[in-house]
Design a protein around this ligand. Structure first.
Ligand SMILES: NC(=O)c1ccc[n+]([C@@H]2O[C@H](COP(=O)([O-])OP(=O)(O)OC[C@H]3O[C@@H](n4cnc5c(N)ncnc54)[C@H](OP(=O)(O)O)[C@@H]3O)[C@@H](O)[C@H]2O)c1
Length: 282
Protein backbone atom coordinates (compact mmCIF):
# COMPACT_ATOMS: atom_id res chain seq x y z
CA UNK A 1 0.00 0.00 0.00
CA UNK A 2 1.21 3.48 -0.84
CA UNK A 3 0.04 5.73 1.99
CA UNK A 4 0.38 9.48 2.34
CA UNK A 5 0.31 10.87 5.88
CA UNK A 6 -0.36 14.57 6.51
CA UNK A 7 0.78 16.13 9.77
CA UNK A 8 3.62 13.58 9.77
CA UNK A 9 5.54 15.72 12.28
CA UNK A 10 2.75 15.46 14.89
CA UNK A 11 2.33 12.83 17.58
CA UNK A 12 -0.15 10.66 15.65
CA UNK A 13 1.52 11.35 12.28
CA UNK A 14 4.84 10.18 13.66
CA UNK A 15 3.42 6.82 14.81
CA UNK A 16 1.43 6.38 11.59
CA UNK A 17 4.66 6.69 9.62
CA UNK A 18 6.41 4.29 11.98
CA UNK A 19 3.59 1.70 11.94
CA UNK A 20 3.04 1.74 8.18
CA UNK A 21 6.76 1.63 7.42
CA UNK A 22 7.16 -1.37 9.74
CA UNK A 23 4.25 -3.08 7.96
CA UNK A 24 6.05 -2.71 4.62
CA UNK A 25 3.95 0.13 3.16
CA UNK A 26 5.42 2.74 0.91
CA UNK A 27 4.97 5.82 3.10
CA UNK A 28 4.88 9.40 1.88
CA UNK A 29 5.39 11.36 5.10
CA UNK A 30 4.24 14.96 4.68
CA UNK A 31 4.91 17.42 7.45
CA UNK A 32 3.34 20.88 7.27
CA UNK A 33 6.16 22.18 5.06
CA UNK A 34 5.69 19.49 2.42
CA UNK A 35 1.89 19.61 2.54
CA UNK A 36 0.26 22.74 3.95
CA UNK A 37 -3.43 22.05 4.51
CA UNK A 38 -4.23 25.75 4.26
CA UNK A 39 -2.86 25.90 0.71
CA UNK A 40 -4.92 24.15 -1.95
CA UNK A 41 -2.01 23.97 -4.43
CA UNK A 42 0.32 22.48 -1.85
CA UNK A 43 -2.25 19.77 -0.99
CA UNK A 44 -3.02 19.03 -4.65
CA UNK A 45 0.64 18.83 -5.60
CA UNK A 46 1.59 16.50 -2.75
CA UNK A 47 -1.32 14.12 -3.41
CA UNK A 48 -1.65 14.09 -7.20
CA UNK A 49 2.14 14.10 -7.57
CA UNK A 50 2.47 10.83 -5.64
CA UNK A 51 -0.90 9.12 -6.36
CA UNK A 52 -1.19 7.24 -3.06
CA UNK A 53 -3.75 4.48 -2.44
CA UNK A 54 -4.69 6.06 0.88
CA UNK A 55 -4.35 9.51 2.45
CA UNK A 56 -4.54 9.74 6.23
CA UNK A 57 -5.21 13.35 7.17
CA UNK A 58 -3.64 13.49 10.63
CA UNK A 59 -2.65 17.15 10.26
CA UNK A 60 -4.71 19.73 12.13
CA UNK A 61 -4.40 22.91 14.14
CA UNK A 62 -4.80 21.27 17.52
CA UNK A 63 -4.20 24.26 19.84
CA UNK A 64 -7.75 24.10 21.23
CA UNK A 65 -7.63 27.34 23.24
CA UNK A 66 -5.85 29.34 20.52
CA UNK A 67 -8.56 28.34 18.03
CA UNK A 68 -11.03 30.48 20.05
CA UNK A 69 -9.00 33.59 19.19
CA UNK A 70 -8.39 32.79 15.51
CA UNK A 71 -11.38 30.80 14.26
CA UNK A 72 -10.53 31.61 10.64
CA UNK A 73 -7.24 29.78 10.96
CA UNK A 74 -9.09 26.85 12.54
CA UNK A 75 -11.60 26.76 9.66
CA UNK A 76 -8.80 27.12 7.09
CA UNK A 77 -6.68 24.22 8.39
CA UNK A 78 -9.25 21.92 10.01
CA UNK A 79 -12.23 22.31 7.66
CA UNK A 80 -11.06 23.70 4.33
CA UNK A 81 -7.88 21.57 4.49
CA UNK A 82 -9.91 18.32 4.39
CA UNK A 83 -11.85 19.74 1.42
CA UNK A 84 -8.60 20.08 -0.55
CA UNK A 85 -7.46 16.63 0.63
CA UNK A 86 -10.74 15.02 -0.47
CA UNK A 87 -10.65 16.82 -3.82
CA UNK A 88 -7.08 15.77 -4.64
CA UNK A 89 -7.73 12.22 -3.40
CA UNK A 90 -10.77 11.95 -5.66
CA UNK A 91 -8.63 12.85 -8.67
CA UNK A 92 -6.22 9.95 -8.06
CA UNK A 93 -8.77 7.49 -6.63
CA UNK A 94 -7.24 7.51 -3.17
CA UNK A 95 -9.20 6.51 -0.07
CA UNK A 96 -9.19 9.16 2.68
CA UNK A 97 -9.09 8.62 6.42
CA UNK A 98 -9.94 11.92 8.10
CA UNK A 99 -8.89 12.05 11.76
CA UNK A 100 -11.38 13.85 14.01
CA UNK A 101 -12.15 14.44 17.64
CA UNK A 102 -14.41 13.81 20.64
CA UNK A 103 -14.76 17.63 20.86
CA UNK A 104 -17.47 17.49 18.17
CA UNK A 105 -19.82 16.51 21.05
CA UNK A 106 -21.17 18.86 23.73
CA UNK A 107 -20.61 16.36 26.55
CA UNK A 108 -24.14 16.56 27.92
CA UNK A 109 -25.01 12.91 27.24
CA UNK A 110 -24.94 10.68 30.32
CA UNK A 111 -23.75 7.60 28.39
CA UNK A 112 -20.85 7.10 25.98
CA UNK A 113 -21.32 8.65 22.53
CA UNK A 114 -21.92 6.38 19.54
CA UNK A 115 -21.04 7.35 15.98
CA UNK A 116 -24.68 8.20 15.20
CA UNK A 117 -25.20 10.69 18.02
CA UNK A 118 -25.71 14.26 16.88
CA UNK A 119 -22.58 16.39 17.20
CA UNK A 120 -22.90 19.76 18.91
CA UNK A 121 -19.40 21.22 19.28
CA UNK A 122 -18.92 23.92 21.92
CA UNK A 123 -15.53 25.26 20.85
CA UNK A 124 -14.08 26.83 17.70
CA UNK A 125 -11.74 23.84 17.42
CA UNK A 126 -14.64 21.37 17.67
CA UNK A 127 -16.71 23.28 15.13
CA UNK A 128 -13.81 23.39 12.67
CA UNK A 129 -13.12 19.66 13.07
CA UNK A 130 -16.80 18.87 12.50
CA UNK A 131 -16.56 21.00 9.35
CA UNK A 132 -13.63 18.83 8.26
CA UNK A 133 -15.63 15.63 8.81
CA UNK A 134 -18.29 16.98 6.46
CA UNK A 135 -15.81 17.66 3.65
CA UNK A 136 -14.89 14.04 2.98
CA UNK A 137 -16.94 11.68 0.80
CA UNK A 138 -19.32 9.05 2.22
CA UNK A 139 -16.96 6.42 0.78
CA UNK A 140 -14.12 7.87 2.86
CA UNK A 141 -13.61 7.24 6.58
CA UNK A 142 -13.75 9.56 9.59
CA UNK A 143 -11.90 8.33 12.68
CA UNK A 144 -12.87 10.17 15.85
CA UNK A 145 -10.41 9.77 18.66
CA UNK A 146 -9.73 11.42 22.03
CA UNK A 147 -7.13 12.34 24.68
CA UNK A 148 -4.22 11.38 22.38
CA UNK A 149 -0.84 10.48 23.90
CA UNK A 150 2.32 9.23 22.22
CA UNK A 151 6.08 9.20 22.60
CA UNK A 152 6.48 12.03 20.11
CA UNK A 153 4.92 15.38 21.00
CA UNK A 154 3.22 17.07 23.92
CA UNK A 155 0.53 15.29 25.91
CA UNK A 156 -0.77 14.62 29.42
CA UNK A 157 1.62 11.71 30.13
CA UNK A 158 4.67 13.85 29.44
CA UNK A 159 3.21 16.83 31.32
CA UNK A 160 2.60 14.73 34.43
CA UNK A 161 6.06 13.11 34.29
CA UNK A 162 7.50 16.63 34.15
CA UNK A 163 5.53 17.66 37.26
CA UNK A 164 5.91 14.40 39.21
CA UNK A 165 8.48 15.81 41.66
CA UNK A 166 6.13 18.52 42.90
CA UNK A 167 4.63 17.90 46.34
CA UNK A 168 1.06 18.45 45.16
CA UNK A 169 -0.84 18.49 41.87
CA UNK A 170 -4.45 19.34 41.02
CA UNK A 171 -6.39 18.06 38.02
CA UNK A 172 -10.04 18.22 37.02
CA UNK A 173 -12.31 15.38 38.03
CA UNK A 174 -15.41 16.44 36.07
CA UNK A 175 -14.24 15.78 32.49
CA UNK A 176 -14.45 12.15 31.47
CA UNK A 177 -12.90 10.58 28.40
CA UNK A 178 -10.83 7.77 26.92
CA UNK A 179 -7.04 8.17 26.94
CA UNK A 180 -5.77 6.91 23.58
CA UNK A 181 -2.26 5.93 22.61
CA UNK A 182 -0.85 6.69 19.17
CA UNK A 183 0.85 3.30 18.72
CA UNK A 184 -2.56 1.54 19.03
CA UNK A 185 -4.46 4.24 17.15
CA UNK A 186 -2.03 4.19 14.22
CA UNK A 187 -2.35 0.41 13.89
CA UNK A 188 -6.17 0.66 13.96
CA UNK A 189 -6.18 3.42 11.35
CA UNK A 190 -3.94 1.28 9.14
CA UNK A 191 -6.35 -1.66 9.46
CA UNK A 192 -9.28 0.55 8.43
CA UNK A 193 -7.25 2.01 5.57
CA UNK A 194 -6.17 -1.37 4.20
CA UNK A 195 -9.81 -2.49 4.13
CA UNK A 196 -10.89 0.92 2.71
CA UNK A 197 -13.81 0.91 5.16
CA UNK A 198 -16.17 3.86 4.76
CA UNK A 199 -18.00 5.93 7.36
CA UNK A 200 -17.42 7.17 10.87
CA UNK A 201 -15.53 5.11 13.46
CA UNK A 202 -14.86 5.98 17.08
CA UNK A 203 -11.37 4.67 17.82
CA UNK A 204 -10.06 5.02 21.37
CA UNK A 205 -8.38 2.76 23.87
CA UNK A 206 -10.86 0.91 26.06
CA UNK A 207 -11.67 2.18 29.55
CA UNK A 208 -12.70 5.66 30.59
CA UNK A 209 -11.57 7.99 33.35
CA UNK A 210 -11.33 11.64 34.34
CA UNK A 211 -8.16 13.72 33.95
CA UNK A 212 -7.70 13.35 37.72
CA UNK A 213 -8.04 9.56 37.44
CA UNK A 214 -5.66 9.46 34.48
CA UNK A 215 -3.04 11.50 36.36
CA UNK A 216 -3.33 9.07 39.28
CA UNK A 217 -2.74 6.17 36.83
CA UNK A 218 0.31 7.88 35.33
CA UNK A 219 1.84 8.64 38.74
CA UNK A 220 1.16 5.15 40.07
CA UNK A 221 2.50 3.29 37.02
CA UNK A 222 5.60 5.54 36.90
CA UNK A 223 6.36 4.73 40.55
CA UNK A 224 5.21 8.01 42.14
CA UNK A 225 2.64 8.59 44.88
CA UNK A 226 -0.80 8.88 43.23
CA UNK A 227 -2.21 10.54 46.36
CA UNK A 228 -0.26 13.72 45.65
CA UNK A 229 -2.89 14.68 43.05
CA UNK A 230 -6.05 16.36 44.28
CA UNK A 231 -9.33 16.47 42.35
CA UNK A 232 -10.72 19.87 41.39
CA UNK A 233 -13.70 21.05 39.32
CA UNK A 234 -13.34 22.67 35.90
CA UNK A 235 -14.95 25.77 37.45
CA UNK A 236 -11.99 26.00 39.86
CA UNK A 237 -9.39 26.39 37.09
CA UNK A 238 -7.67 29.74 37.50
CA UNK A 239 -7.48 31.25 34.96
CA UNK A 240 -10.34 29.42 33.23
CA UNK A 241 -9.45 27.88 29.86
CA UNK A 242 -10.79 29.86 26.90
CA UNK A 243 -12.31 26.86 25.10
CA UNK A 244 -15.01 24.81 26.83
CA UNK A 245 -14.33 21.05 27.02
CA UNK A 246 -17.07 18.39 26.99
CA UNK A 247 -17.79 17.01 30.48
CA UNK A 248 -18.39 13.59 28.96
CA UNK A 249 -16.48 12.69 25.83
CA UNK A 250 -16.37 8.92 26.29
CA UNK A 251 -16.61 7.39 22.82
CA UNK A 252 -18.27 4.00 22.45
CA UNK A 253 -16.33 2.32 19.65
CA UNK A 254 -19.66 0.98 18.41
CA UNK A 255 -18.91 0.80 14.68
CA UNK A 256 -15.76 -1.26 15.32
CA UNK A 257 -17.48 -3.43 17.94
CA UNK A 258 -20.66 -4.10 15.96
CA UNK A 259 -18.75 -5.00 12.81
CA UNK A 260 -16.58 -7.46 14.71
CA UNK A 261 -13.39 -5.44 14.21
CA UNK A 262 -10.51 -5.41 16.67
CA UNK A 263 -10.86 -3.03 19.62
CA UNK A 264 -7.88 -1.25 21.14
CA UNK A 265 -6.49 -2.53 24.48
CA UNK A 266 -7.42 -0.97 27.83
CA UNK A 267 -5.67 2.37 28.22
CA UNK A 268 -3.71 1.27 31.30
CA UNK A 269 -1.94 -1.47 29.32
CA UNK A 270 -0.89 1.01 26.66
CA UNK A 271 0.06 3.61 29.27
CA UNK A 272 2.44 1.06 30.80
CA UNK A 273 4.03 0.46 27.40
CA UNK A 274 4.45 4.19 26.75
CA UNK A 275 6.01 4.73 30.19
CA UNK A 276 8.55 1.99 29.41
CA UNK A 277 9.29 3.62 26.03
CA UNK A 278 9.78 6.99 27.76
CA UNK A 279 12.12 5.40 30.33
CA UNK A 280 9.75 6.20 33.22
CA UNK A 281 9.16 2.53 34.04
CA UNK A 282 11.29 -0.57 33.64
N1 LIG B 1 -4.23 15.55 20.69
C1 LIG B 1 -5.43 15.11 21.06
O1 LIG B 1 -5.70 14.93 22.25
C2 LIG B 1 -6.47 14.79 20.03
C3 LIG B 1 -7.75 14.40 20.47
C4 LIG B 1 -8.72 14.08 19.52
C5 LIG B 1 -8.42 14.17 18.16
N2 LIG B 1 -7.19 14.59 17.77
C6 LIG B 1 -6.92 14.68 16.34
O2 LIG B 1 -5.89 13.75 16.03
C7 LIG B 1 -5.11 14.24 14.95
C8 LIG B 1 -3.65 14.19 15.33
O3 LIG B 1 -3.44 15.02 16.47
P1 LIG B 1 -2.04 15.06 17.21
O4 LIG B 1 -2.31 14.84 18.64
O5 LIG B 1 -1.03 14.20 16.52
O6 LIG B 1 -1.70 16.60 17.03
P2 LIG B 1 -0.30 17.32 16.82
O7 LIG B 1 0.79 16.61 17.54
O8 LIG B 1 -0.57 18.76 17.12
O9 LIG B 1 -0.04 17.15 15.27
C9 LIG B 1 -0.74 17.85 14.32
C10 LIG B 1 0.18 18.11 13.16
O10 LIG B 1 -0.56 18.88 12.20
C11 LIG B 1 0.32 19.76 11.64
N3 LIG B 1 -0.31 20.95 11.05
C12 LIG B 1 -0.75 22.08 11.66
N4 LIG B 1 -1.16 22.96 10.75
C13 LIG B 1 -0.98 22.37 9.54
C14 LIG B 1 -1.19 22.78 8.21
N5 LIG B 1 -1.67 24.00 7.93
N6 LIG B 1 -0.89 21.93 7.21
C15 LIG B 1 -0.39 20.70 7.47
N7 LIG B 1 -0.15 20.24 8.71
C16 LIG B 1 -0.45 21.08 9.73
C17 LIG B 1 1.28 20.20 12.72
O11 LIG B 1 2.49 20.56 12.11
P3 LIG B 1 3.35 21.82 12.65
O12 LIG B 1 3.77 21.40 14.02
O13 LIG B 1 4.46 21.92 11.67
O14 LIG B 1 2.43 22.99 12.66
C18 LIG B 1 1.43 18.92 13.54
O15 LIG B 1 2.57 18.21 13.18
C19 LIG B 1 -5.67 15.63 14.63
O16 LIG B 1 -6.58 15.52 13.58
C20 LIG B 1 -6.40 16.03 15.89
O17 LIG B 1 -7.45 16.94 15.60
C21 LIG B 1 -6.20 14.89 18.67
Amino acid sequence: MRILVTGAGGQLGHDLVRTCTAAGDEVIACDSRRLDLSDRDSVAQAITGTAPDVVVNAGAWTAVDDCEFDPDRAWRVNALGPRWVADAARRVGAHVVQVSTDYVFDGAKAEPYVEWDDPNPQSAYGRSKLGGEREVDPSHAVVRTAWVCGAHGRNMVKTVLGLADRPELAFVDDQRGCPTFTADLAAAIRRLAVARLPGTFHVTNQGATTWYGFVRDILELAGHDPDKVRPIATADLDPPRPAPRPANSVLDNAALRLSGLELLPHYRESLERLLVELGARS
